[in-house]
Design a protein around this ligand. Structure first.
Ligand SMILES: [Zn+2]
Length: 574
């Protein structure tokens, strides 16, 4: 027995079995019931929506001796004769017979009366493919059709049909079939052939059909032979959709600005042989599901995903703002539409991922709004964490690093109680509350903990320490030096010359640098060295040196400021 495709095997033979299209079926049934059929019909609509099936049923029904509810009975002599093949029903595929010859031939033959039934029915599929002269030949026939002739013209592109033809036809529009109807149809077929299936698998196949029964059934056919049971995973494999979880990981990382993860997951998926185009489709499909999960209350029913996968989608949608999801969708949709014009789709994919993951890199309003959303979220979380914060001593426990670095006189240097809580909450994940017993590890992305020995008190009050710089930074030492110098030397010129010095420690030695040759020479004069020595000895610094530097202090400051403000970028001074 030759293998029959599902679509042909389960081709409807009565109007009852037509999936959807009630509006069309009802008109045709009534016409048959009232014995008032027309001579020319135009069936339009997307492919796979049942145009040819309806045409065939109609062709047999108009000939049937006693139609049942408008459908052919299938048992009368005419029905049986037509089922065996008859000259009375002629199907012409205009896609392959677009010549004027066929239409002239039709014009001649249509004059002969039907052999078995009452009507001769001509079904012209893809009628928009006819050439101009073929249309003209058809038009001649339609202008003066014999009483026994019925023409059914079917097309997916009615706009290509000449107006002269259109005006002679009754036009019936076929609509895309809703997913739930496709699902119902497929479920019935699977039950009939006794194939076990997962509900989600059927939903996925129906979705892949995109409104077309024929497309859905050809996908189903491939899935059915793939494995014993029709599973969601099998359907994904057949459809070439990348693993759902991997895509989810990618999108989740992308939306939470984890660029590294997102790119490496994408690399992994592509390394498995998925094409960039397929991955783009997968990402867009997932983004649209995330949108549904974010905005619709009955999202679970709408998406009809397996439970755990829906949970995954929900988790991502909960973690991202509407705007971020919308922005990601826009970026991917736009990039996908440009994909066929680029020489390296892979680079387009990576760029799209980076753009979504890093709104900081863009200046447009959407990107800025996404950043604002994110900041608002962080602030809210921080505020909530602060509200729930435990009393002060506990906080110290959560920040062991700072505790350790605080010198003996810690009391004077400690930060206000609220501050560490804020910082902690701001830079760490919302989940671990400061109340938890485990010390919260500082996140690598967080700003480095401030040096604990930052001076709060004026320098003069700090007792000089014998061990050179000690815990002082070069800047602090410089500040103290200047204050002491003013008191000890009373030399205005010296004081002014020292003002623009840049200081640094080399071990115990305090190094002053100046870009000015004049200042360098003047400060190295014995009397000035002596004054500076006196001032520094009061601070416990015995070694020092004045050097000439390359860059001016102002430039140096600017470089420092740049490095501080743009810590993530390497600052190079030329
Ligand atoms: Zn019949």
């Amino acid at each position: 027995m030759p293998h029959l495709s599902l679509y042909r095997k389960f081709r409807p033979d009565t109007f009852d079995k037509i999936v959807r299209q009630e509006h069309v079926v009802r008109i045709l049934r009534n016409q048959i019931g009232q014995n008032a059929v027309g001579h020319a019909y135009l069936f339009t609509g997307p492919r796979g929506t049942g145009k040819t099936s309806v045409a065939r049923i109609f062709a047999r029904a108009v000939n049937c001796e006693h139609p049942v509810n408008g459908s052919p009975c299938g048992t009368c002599a005419t029905c049986r004769a037509l089922a065996e093949g008859s000259l009375d029903i002629t199907e012409i595929d205009a896609a392959s017979n677009n010549g004027v010859g066929e239409m002239r031939d039709l014009r001649e033959k249509v004059q002969y009366p039907p052999v078995t039934g009452r009507y001769k029915v001509y079904i012209v599929d893809e009628v928009h493919m006819l050439t101009d002269s073929a249309f003209n030949a058809l038009l001649k026939t339609l202008e003066e059709p014999p009483a026994h002739a019925i023409f059914i013209l079917a097309t997916t592109e009615p706009q290509k049909i000449p107006a002269t033809i259109l005006s002679r036809c009754m036009r019936l529009d076929f609509k895309l079939i809703p997913e739930e109807d496709l699902e119902r149809h497929l479920t019935a077929i699977l039950d009939e052939i006794g194939k076990p299936y997962e509900k989600e698998a059927v939903a996925a196949i129906a979705r892949a059909g995109a409104g077309s029964d024929r497309d859905m059934l050809s996908v189903a056919e491939a899935c059915i032979v793939y494995s014993d049971k029709l599973t969601y995973d099998a359907v994904c494999s057949v459809l070439g959709a990348a693993d759902f979880r991997e895509t989810a990981k990618l999108v989740s990382a992308m939306l939470s600005s984890e660029m590294g993860t997102a790119i490496s997951v994408a690399e992994g998926v592509l390394a498995e042989g998925k094409s960039v185009g397929v991955l783009f489709k997968d990402i867009l499909t997932l983004l649209s599901r995330i949108t549904v999960a974010k905005t619709c209350r009955n999202a679970e029913a709408l998406l009809s995903l397996p439970k755990e996968l829906f949970a995954l989608v929900k988790e991502i949608s909960d973690g991202a703002s509407e705007r971020a999801i919308l922005r990601a969708t826009e970026i991917f949709a736009r990039t996908e539409s440009e994909l066929r014009f680029v020489s390296s789709p892979r680079i387009s994919l990576e760029t799209a991922i980076l753009r979504v993951a890093c709104p900081e890199s863009e200046q447009d309003v959407d990107a800025l709004l996404v950043r604002v959303d994110r900041l608002e979220k962080q602030l809210k979380e921080a505020a909530e964490a602060a509200k729930n914060a435990p009393p002060a001593p506990k906080i110290r426990e959560t920040a062991p690093k700072r505790e350790k670095e605080v010198p003996p006189q810690a009391e004077d240097y400690s930060f206000p109680d609220e501050e560490p809580v804020f910082e902690e909450a701001y830079f760490s994940d919302p989940a671990p509350s400061p109340r938890t017993a485990e010390p919260a590890a500082p996140k690598p992305t967080a700003e480095p903990v401030r040096p604990a020995a930052e001076p709060v008190k004026p320098a003069a009050e700090v007792p000089p320490k014998p061990a050179g710089g000690g815990t002082m930074t070069a800047e602090e030492a410089f500040g103290k030096f200047m204050r002491t110098l003013r008191k000890t030397s009373r030399n205005g010129v010296l004081f002014t010359m020292c003002m623009d010095l840049v200081s640094s420690f080399e071990g115990e030695k305090l190094v002053f640098e100046t870009p000015s040759e004049t200042v360098f020479r003047a400060l190295n004069r014995p009397e000035h060295i002596k004054s500076m020595e006196e001032a520094l000895s009061l601070l416990g610094i015995s070694e020092f040196e004045v050097r000439k530097s390359a860059a001016s202090p102002k430039e140096q400051d600017a470089v420092e400021a740049l490095k501080k403000n743009f810590g993530d970028y390497p600052v190079e001074i030329k």
